[in-house]
Design a protein around this ligand. Structure first.
Ligand SMILES: N[C@@H](CCC(=O)N[C@@H](CS)C(=O)NCC(=O)O)C(=O)O
Length: 212
């Protein structure tokens, strides 16, 4: 199994990069700098026609979508237990959580950060206001979900949803109410940030903020 991840520091590639390190498998990481606009280069568009980060080649074939890449990696390396197997007790909750994060929270984040470039700048403030409401509603939901004292998003074990959720929580760090403002999310965030692989991915991507 060969993997090449195309990443930009702190972008949606972060969750995948982190999971690859947690898996302890060989992979290559290639920088595609969003700051330099490299995600729109013809070479990168051949890997991911959406022009968005990440892309990852799996045995030479390119794929995109961060959540899908996490789910694929979890499936290809079942020995790590990062996803409940089909038919197992936790499977439905896992799929629901991954879709919620990828389908509800991540697009709202996209709107928060890209309102003025994805859409008409004249309407950006209204788009951002709605995005903020949706993001904070998601923190409410996740906070309530963690209120039973679980250590990880889907119970007591680390899984694919944790990489995605923590990355999204990181993105909120400069928002008016970051995820760290929610009572049950704070200890979770500290737990995730203490993981050696999280510290390692930050070092590899040159990120120094949002650490314990
Ligand atoms: N749904 C996509 C979203 C990817 C995405 O929006 N990536 C951002 C960085 S976090 C990006 O590529 N931004 C640069 C651009 O849109 O030009 C995924 O989860 O992979």
């Amino acid at each position: 199994m060969t993997y090449t991840l195309y990443y930009s520091p702190g972008a949606a590639s972060l969750a995948v990069h982190w999971m690859l390190i947690e898996l302890g498998i060989p992979f290559e990481a290639k920088l595609v700098s969003i700051d330099a606009g490299a995600q729109k280069s013809p070479e990168y568009l051949r890997l991911n026609p959406t022009g968005r980060i990440p892309a990852m080649t799996i045995d030479g074939k390119p794929h995109g979508e961060s959540a899908a890449l996490l789910m694929l990696l979890a499936e290809r390396h079942p020995e790590k237990g990062f996803a409940p197997s089909p038919g197992s007790a936790g499977r439905a909750d896992y799929i629901e959580m991954m879709i919620f994060l990828a389908n509800t929270l991540l697009p709202a984040m996209r709107d928060w950060f890209y309102a003025d470039t994805d859409g008409d700048p004249a309407g950006a403030e209204a788009v951002k206001a709605l995005a903020r409401r949706r993001i904070e509603a998601a923190w409410d939901r996740l906070d309530a979900h963690m209120a039973d004292g679980r250590t990880h998003l889907l119970g007591q074990e680390l899984g694919a949803a944790d990489f995605l959720a923590t990355m999204l929580m990181r993105w909120s760090r400069n928002m008016p109410r970051p995820a760290t403002a929610w009572k049950n999310l704070t200890p979770y965030i500290h737990r995730m940030r203490a993981r050696p692989a999280f510290i390692e991915v930050n070092a590899r991507e040159g990120l120094s903020d949002w650490q314990n």
